[in-house]
Design a binder for this molecule. Structure first.
Ligand SMILES: Cc1cc2nc3c(=O)[nH]c(=O)nc-3n(C[C@H](O)[C@H](O)[C@H](O)COP(=O)(O)OP(=O)(O)OC[C@H]3O[C@@H](n4cnc5c(N)ncnc54)[C@H](O)[C@@H]3O)c2cc1C
Length: 470
């Protein structure tokens, strides 16, 4: 059983059915929509129509290529429905959704049941389950999953994403390593000191910056523990200095001086190639956010691997709840896929669907799922979901787009662009070996087979009633 015919669920269902497995796909459309949806088609892109960069220097470009090589179906539908968008893969969203809908409704082995699922099915109803109900999972099911996973403490309803910067873009002639009051490992933290003028200018800029407006279904109430920096700044000129920019215990290790305020960055991975700005979740628009964060001393040349965001988002504390097969530890029949696992974005959700499908197919063929190597973009995303490359002691889970800060560092000194290209080349080389292995173990869907299915759907496109749109 697959629950949710969004990006992840559609990929899971097609991967299984095209290998001859029987799938019952439950989707609440058209009877019910999430507050972000406007059409009745499956695999709806609810906001932008972009699958982002195709450049093989970018992790998001590489992950798309990896999906193509590993028999991903939705990525090929995206290729067929692409519209001009420079180096980005943007699609005609209605055509994209129509073709995926057609594939789901016409692939032998898939039975689509249009209903809202309110509880996970018992073992007598489904031997294997993939839950892919997305960031706006209908409330009753979310409540049920919350109860099942520890009374709600491990299921989140909002994300609060702080920016991440590449370690080698931090100017350590200004920033310094120290942990508060010398506790723990000093190397785990980098501190950017601000004097009074710099701090006041920073607060002013934050207050004047453009913010992303909340959607009507997103109440503007934030948890006290993870308020956006602009909300904290709005409470008073000194409030940030008593919160996430607190300088006490962070005296400079050489001069012994205490700065007026400090932005603290914490290692994001075991290799310390990426650092997140502690407590800097924000809804500032990305242009303003980048410009203002670069006024922080030490971050003037920062390369942002991820920018801050806050949205409504239903997702699990996957590192605590899921095993390496993406199964719920407490109920291993049940797997999760897509945004619910703590990946972020259309591309990553589709990629997550592919990995969950591989895990299910492995089990159905009596094997143990071998995840892609962590040097690949897919493998890095998988490791992010499991929290397997985060520094020791980090708790909780923050959703993320895929980025090169998630992969082990390469031992090369090269310019930024050349280094990114090297990451891409290594990833695709590793994918080749993985592809051979998966071909043996799972029988990957070959490109011709997928293309033939899509060609059939394209031929019949006119026969498919267009998805009802508001
Ligand atoms: C408002 C908003 C805007 C976004 N904009 C972007 C963007 O511009 N670019 C980007 O890359 N990412 C964006 N995202 C993030 C995200 O990657 C996408 O939402 C993506 O579609 C997630 O894929 P998914 O398969 O996990 O879930 P979805 O694609 O949302 O699919 C989940 C499916 O499950 C169904 N469902 C939910 N509950 C139930 C239930 N109880 N029973 C049966 N069916 C159910 C839904 O109807 C839906 O079809 C946005 C998210 C939101 C909420």
């Amino acid at each position: 059983m697959v629950i949710g015919a969004g990006l992840a669920g559609s990929e899971v269902a097609l991967q299984l059915a095209l290998r001859g497995h029987r799938v019952v796909l439950h989707e609440m459309k058209p009877k019910q929509r999430t507050p972000a949806q406007v059409s009745d088609g499956y695999a709806e892109l609810v906001c932008s129509n972009s699958f982002r960069s195709s450049a093989l220097e970018n992790a998001v470009g590489v992950i798309k290529e990896e999906m193509r090589r590993l028999g991903g179906v939705l990525i090929r539908v995206a290729d067929h429905t692409r519209v001009p968008a420079g180096d980005a893969l943007a699609v005609d969203r209605e055509r994209f959704s129509r073709i995926v809908t057609h594939l789901l409704q016409n692939t032998p082995g898939i039975e689509v049941v249009e209903r809202e699922v309110t509880e996970l099915p018992g073992p007598s109803e489904a031997s294997l389950v993939a839950v892919a109900t997305g960031p706006l999972t209908a409330p009753k099911l979310a409540e049920h999953i919350g109860a099942l996973t520890g009374g709600g403490a491990s299921l989140y309803f909002y994300d609060a994403i702080a920016p991440i910067v590449a370690a080698d873009s931090i100017d350590e002639s200004i920033a310094y390593r120290a942990s508060r009051y010398g506790k723990g490992n000093a190397d785990d933290y980098v501190n950017c000191p601000l004097d009074r003028d710099q701090y006041e200018a920073f607060v002013q800029a934050v207050l004047e910056a453009d913010r992303v407006t909340a959607r009507e279904f997103e109440d503007a109430l934030f948890f006290e523990g993870c308020l956006p920096i602009e909300v904290i700044a709005g409470r008073g000129p000194e409030t940030l200095r008593f919160g996430c920019m607190k300088p006490v215990g962070l005296e400079h290790p050489v001069t012994g001086k205490r700065a007026h305020a400090v932005v603290q960055l914490r290692a994001e991975n075991v290799d310390r190639t990426a650092y997140n700005l502690v407590g800097f979740q924000t809804r500032l628009k990305w242009g303003d956010q980048t410009r203002i964060l670069r006024t922080i001393p030490g971050l003037q040349n920062a390369e942002f691997l991820r920018l801050g965001q806050i949205h409504r988002n239903t997702y699990l504390d996957s590192p605590a709840l899921l095993d390496d097969q993406l199964r719920l530890r407490s109920a291993p029949r049940v797997r999760f896929a897509g945004q619910m696992t703590g990946v972020e974005g259309y591309v990553e959700s589709t990629a997550s669907g592919l990995l969950t499908a591989f895990s299910m197919i492995s089990e159905l063929s009596g094997r143990v799922f071998s995840p892609p190597p962590v040097e690949t973009a897919l493998g890095a995303l998988h490791a992010h979901v499991l929290g397997s490359r985060r520094p020791e002691g980090v708790k909780g889970h923050v959703p993320s787009n895929v980025h090169w800060g998630m992969v082990p560092p390469l031992d090369v000194r090269a310019k930024k662009r050349d280094r990114k290209r090297a990451y891409g080349e290594r990833a695709l080389l590793e994918t080749e070996a993985y592809q051979l292995r998966m071909r043996d173990e799972l029988g990957l869907l070959d490109a011709e087979r997928i293309e033939a299915q899509i060609a059939l759907a394209l031929q019949k496109e006119e026969l498919v009633p267009p998805a009802a749109s508001e």
